[in-house]
Design a protein around this ligand. Structure first.
Ligand SMILES: [Zn+2]
Length: 152
């Protein structure tokens, strides 16, 4: 396994990171600023990309205490599914290993679920099915202009 790069959660990746990863990581990284009150990420958390002869690209999070997780990630997925995939992997890690529920559904006690809708990736409420906010825009809280259920 060859390490390609490490970069800040909401920073610009170094040039040797495939362009397809840039937007997905920036969006998920921006949303990681919005953890539930009292929760925090491990110190020094950052993106880490490596390359493996068999699996291809491995994308995950590193920290001051070492690698948190890494997962084979196909940069040639369409942008929506790629962003949703990265968000879901990060969410799985936070839930299972850091005991952080992120991101919180504004209307319920469960976390939002990542889903692609066309070329975009959204956080949606698994109870109502509503697409609540685009991944990467948690702070703005912009809603799906269609405002309908079941489009994911
Ligand atoms: Zn909900």
């Amino acid at each position: 396994m060859r390490t390609i790069a490490a970069w800040p959660l909401d920073g610009t990746p170094p040039p040797d990171v495939p362009a397809e990863f840039h937007d997905a990581c920036a969006r998920v990284g921006r949303d990681l600023r919005h953890l539930p009150a009292g929760d925090r990420l491990p110190a020094g958390v950052r993106w880490e990309l490596s390359e493996d002869h068999y699996s291809g690209f491995l994308l995950g999070l590193g920290s001051d205490r070492g690698m948190l997780f890494t997962q084979d990630t196909d940069p040639y997925l369409p942008p929506g599914p790629l962003t949703a995939y990265v968000a879901e992997r990060v969410q799985d890690h936070l839930t299972g290993h850091e005991f952080v529920q992120w991101p919180a559904c504004p209307g319920h006690t469960h976390p939002l679920v990542a889903a692609a809708a066309g070329a975009q990736a959204w956080w949606h409420c698994r109870r109502s099915g509503d697409l609540l906010v685009r991944i990467g825009e948690l702070a703005t809280g912009r809603r799906d202009p269609r405002g309908v259920s079941g489009t994911a």
